[in-house]
Every structure is written in C-alpha cells, then in structure tokens.
Design a protein around this ligand. Structure first.
Ligand SMILES: [Ca+2]
Ligand SMILES: [Zn+2]
Length: 276
C-alpha cells in the first residue's frame, strides 16, 4: 500500500499546475523548498543538491525523501495520505516540512486532509533511526518495532468548504384559518309584552380562536344580554337575546361573527313579534 501511494505520487508529481500564473511541473516546483533547482540533472531534470546541506534535520518526511526532489515529493505525497496525523505533528517542528505539507494541501489535495497514521507510532520513532515508519525503505527492508496500526480508511479530516448552494427557504404550508359558522338558522317568534329569550350560536373549526359577535336590528326593548364563549364546547359562541318586546312586526336581525383571524360569518334572521 505504501509503495503504491508513493509511486502514484510520482505520477502526480510529473503533472503540471499553475502557480502564480506560471505553468510548472509539480515535483520541480515542490523541490524548491529543499533543493537547489538551478542545478538539475540534464537527463532527469531532478536536483539532489540541498539548499541547506548541513542543517536539514527534520526537513524531510523520510530519509529516502532526501534522494532528490522527485522522491521528496513522492514520499511527502505518500505520507500526506497515509500518515496525515504524523505529517502534521512533524510539520509543526520544521518550517520547511510545514511548507511541503501546505504545498500538498493547497495544490494537490485542495484543502482535503487525512486522519491517517498513528501518533503513538510516531512517538516511538527515534530521530537516530532515519527510517521513518512509513518510509519506502522501512517498508521494504526493515521490520518495524512499532505498532503498525495505520488505518487506510482515508477518513477525510477536513474538506474545503463547498460553495453553498442557494437554498430556498421551504415555504411552510400555511394552515388556513377557517371562518366561523353561525349555527342558529331561525329565531323563535316572540309575543308582545311577554318576556322573550333566545340564543344565537356560532362555532369555529379553529379551537384557539376567540369569536365575537355583533347583532343589530333587534326590536325595541330586546338586547343582547350576554355573548360569550361556550364553556363546554371549544370554539363555540353563545349570545343570548332577551327582553320584553313592545312592538309588533318582523325584524331582520343582522348577525356578524368574527374569529381571531378576522374571518367573518354573516347571517340575517327574522325575528317576528306577534300579539299572541
Ligand atoms: Ca377561524
Ligand atoms: Zn520513488
């Protein structure tokens, strides 16, 4: 697995990218971090001349990465994917190694980072043992004495923030407030100078609504004596008309019932006052 990722790193490294408007080969540009790229092998265009020949401790992800810039890229690429946790820890200790991590993160992995590589294995690694646990040479020739517990699930640690798609706020389906209904459809006949009492009732399907009523056109001496929500039936209104009528005739009673949403129900009911 390690070797495959390393070799795939070479394939990637030979590709070109555009950095600062200039099309450059990846592993040659990456090489500028640690190698003198003005001195390159005319056959391979690779450099194995260190920029800091006497002090490059901690600058390379593995001993094999010191071979030349192409191997440095392939080893770094491979550590980035298979040992991201360790690479990040080591990058904190060396500015040049950190530049390599950031180069890979920015130009190769577009911000993606990997939760791979065991920190406990890293802590067992000794600076004197130049073979890092994930290096190609260690893999091929050495029997590591640390816990080989890398998980190659390539769990993505952080991804670049995707451009948010414009989201339409879902329009909540409005729950319509339904109008009330006047449930009284006729008024009993009243007798002249005899006490009279009746009720006009209304109802509303919305249980939280409060109903109000206006009742006009009553004969003289009759009035709305009471108008209130039913205490027994939710959404009901009961208005009581009472009094002693003093005038004969048929009186059209206009009734308007209004709910909390200003929905209205209207009705006109005739109230007749007879002589007996
Ligand atoms: Ca209503
Ligand atoms: Zn290689």
């Amino acid at each position: 697995m390690q070797l495959i990722v390393h070799e795939y790193g070479h394939v990637q490294g030979r590709n070109s990218i555009i950095i600062n408007g200039e099309t450059v080969r990846i592993d040659q540009n990456f090489g500028k971090i640690s190698f003198d790229m003005s001195i390159t092998d005319p056959n391979t265009y690779m450099s194995n001349t260190f920029l800091r020949p006497t002090d490059n401790t901690g600058e390379f992800i593995s001993n094999y990465a010191k071979t030349n810039n192409a191997e440095d890229f392939a080893e770094s690429y491979y550590a980035y994917v298979t040992a991201g946790n360790i690479f990040r820890e080591r990058a904190k200790l060396n500015n040049y190694l950190n530049q390599k991590y950031e180069f890979l993160k920015k130009y190769i992995f577009e911000g993606r980072e990997y939760n791979t590589g065991s920190i406990s294995s890293y802590l067992k690694w000794s600076e004197t043992n130049q073979q890092l646990p994930w290096s190609t040479f260690a893999y091929m020739y050495e029997d590591p004495d640390w816990t080989w517990d890398y998980k190659y699930s390539f769990l993505v640690l952080a991804s670049p923030t995707p451009t948010p798609k414009p989201r339409r706020t879902p329009t909540p389906t409005p729950i319509p407030n339904l109008p009330p209904t006047i449930t009284t459809d006729a008024l009993p006949v009243g007798l002249l100078r005899r006490p009279y009492q009746t009720t006009i009732t209304a109802t509303d399907p919305d249980v939280s609504d409060t109903l109000t009523a206006t009742i006009t056109g009553l004969p003289p001496k009759l009035k709305v004596s009471d108008c209130k929500q039913s205490t027994t039936t939710v959404g009901n209104l009961i208005c009581t008309i009472s009094g002693t009528p003093t005038k004969l005739g048929t009186f059209p009673i206009a009734i308007t019932v209004t709910d909390s949403a200003n929905n209205k129900a209207k009705a006109t009911l005739n109230l007749s006052i007879h002589i007996r």
